[in-house]
Ligand binder design. Structure first.
Ligand code: ZN
Length: 235
C-alpha cells in the first residue's frame, strides 16, 4: 500500500509508524459496506444529522461511538471540558452551521465524570493556555463554593462536572444563534448529559430547554438552571 503526500510523492505506507491506523481504516470501511454497498456513496451526497454534540476532547468519550450512531448522524464539536464559550469562533461557527445549515433538532452538551479540565479548574490558577481556557469553570466553582466545599474531593469534582454541563446548557440557550432560531420558530431542544467513564453510561443532568420552556427556565438568577442531583436517570 502507498499513501500520497502533500508534495505529490508517494511514500510506502510501511515506512509510517501509523501504518496500523491505515490498516484499521481499510478494515472499518470494508465492514461498513459489507451489508450496505451504497453506505459511503450516500454519505458523500449530503449530511443531515439531527443532533449537535458538544463534548469534551477526552479520548475516552468518543461521541458517535457511545450512542452507537453511524457517520452522518451527528454533528460534533469537542474541546477541553466541553465549553460553549460565546467568544470562541470555533464553537460559534460549529453552532451556526449546525443550527442554520443542518437545522439539527437537538443540541446535546455532554460532560463526563473524571474530566481533567474540570479537575484543573479546582486547582490554583496558573497562566498557561489551559488555565485561560478553563477560566469559566473556575468562575463556576467560585459561584458554587458554598455547596461544593461541603463535599469530599471526589464528590466535589463530580458535582462540578455536573454543574459545568448545566452552565454550558444555559450558555447555549442564551447564544444569539439559538435565540434567533427560536424567534423564527425553528424547533430546537437543548439537553445536558453526563457520561461515566467507569460504566459507559450516559445520564441526563440538566433540564431540557426548548423554545417553549426557555423563559420559565431562565426566569431565575444566573446559574439557576435546574441541575439534577442525582442525575435524572442515573442507574
Ligand atoms: Zn473532559
Amino acid at each position: 500500500m502507498k499513501t500520497a503526500s502533500c508534495s505529490g510523492a508517494e511514500t510506502p505506507a510501511s515506512m509510517s509508524a501509523l501504518d496500523h491506523l491505515f490498516q484499521n481504516n481499510r478494515r472499518w470501511a470494508a465492514q461498513k459496506t459489507l451489508g450496505d454497498q451504497g453506505f459511503f456513496q450516500r454519505l458523500a451526497q449530503q449530511q443531515s444529522p439531527q443532533y449537535f454534540w458538544i463534548g469534551c476532547s477526552d479520548s475516552r468519550v468518543p461521541a458517535t461511538e457511545i450512542v452507537d450512531l453511524d457517520p452522518g448522524q451527528m454533528f460534533v464539536h469537542r474541546n477541553v471540558a466541553n465549553l460553549a464559550r460565546i467568544a470562541d469562533p470555533n464553537f460559534g461557527a460549529a453552532l451556526h452551521f449546525a443550527v442554520h445549515a443542518l437545522k439539527v433538532r437537538h443540541i446535546i452538551v455532554v460532560g463526563h465524570y473524571g474530566c481533567g479540565g474540570v479537575a484543573a479548574a479546582m486547582n490554583a490558577a496558573g497562566d498557561n493556555v489551559v488555565d485561560r481556557w478553563i477560566e469559566p469553570v473556575r468562575e463556576l466553582a467560585s459561584r458554587h463554593a458554598e455547596s461544593l466545599t461541603s463535599l469530599g474531593t471526589a464528590e466535589r469534582h463530580d458535582r462540578l462536572c455536573e454543574l459545568n454541563v448545566c452552565s454550558q446548557v444555559q450558555r447555549v440557550a442564551s447564544h444569539p444563534v439559538v435565540v434567533e432560531a427560536w424567534e423564527v420558530g425553528q424547533r430546537l431542544t437543548i439537553h445536558g448529559w453526563i457520561y461515566s467513564i467507569e460504566n459507559g453510561l450516559l445520564n441526563a443532568v440538566s433540564v431540557e430547554v426548548s423554545e417553549t420552556s426557555r423563559e420559565r427556565t431562565f426566569s431565575g438568577p444566573p446559574d439557576a438552571l435546574q441541575c439534577q442531583q442525582p442525575p435524572l436517570s442515573k442507574a
